[in-house]
Design a protein around this ligand. Structure first.
Ligand code: ATP
Ligand code: MG
Length: 171
């Protein structure tokens, strides 16, 4: 039994994440998905709650060929202790998949094998670009799995993002 770990903030979960997880599913028996900065929501960079991100991921991966566990993980702001913090919250795993240089470094220092998946159409498939498009009223739905577009509609996500990005006219 080989379990792989993948972490992101998923603000929102998009087709780049989906592509990588489908690749990982070919290499392991189960996947542990860490939802990072779980405590953050309702900000311009982190608009969605951990629970909303659980919904996006769970619904998008309904037909993934292997079991997966989506686990919210709060920030601890101490990089030297971060891997231990992650391990304390997750089912045991054998290897970590990440292309984030800090994540790679921290896991390697902890003696955990890391594989770095290639980026999938990174220019458009990035949370930052999708949030930017939502705020500008530009098209973004094709960049996320259909299930994510549904969740965002349910929670009125784009309206929330636009509202919290608005200036209060106080300055
Ligand atoms: P943001 O712009 O908000 O940081 P992001 O698109 O980078 O969003 P994260 O939630 O920060 O998404 O990323 C989590 C993980 O997903 C990281 O390991 C990152 O390398 C990976 N990732 C992000 N975009 C892609 C992509 N287009 N293809 C493959 N992997 C991606
Ligand atoms: Mg990122």
């Amino acid at each position: 039994m080989k379990r792989g770990f993948y972490i992101g903030r998923f603000q929102p979960y998009h087709e780049g994440h989906q592509y990588v997880l489908q690749q990982i599913a070919k290499e392991v028996d189960e996947i542990v998905i860490g939802i990072g900065s779980a405590q953050l929501s309702h900000t311009v960079d982190n608009p969605f709650t951990a629970g909303e991100r659980v919904l996006m991921i769970t619904r998008s991966l309904e037909s993934l060929p292997c079991p997966f566990y989506a686990i919210p993980i709060e920030d601890i702001k101490r990089n030297a202790l971060w891997v231990a913090h992650v391990l304390s919250m997750t089912p045991p795993f054998d290897l970590c998949y990440s292309s984030n240089p800090l994540v790679v470094r921290l896991f390697e220092e902890a003696g955990i094998t890391v594989r770095s998946p290639a980026m999938y159409e990174r220019q458009t498939h990035s949370g930052t670009e999708i949030r930017r498009r939502m705020l500008a009223g530009r098209s973004w739905k094709r960049l996320v799995p259909p299930a994510v577009a549904e969740v965002l509609e349910e929670i009125d996500g784009v309206t929330r993002l636009k509202q919290i990005a608005r200036d209060d006219g106080d300055d």
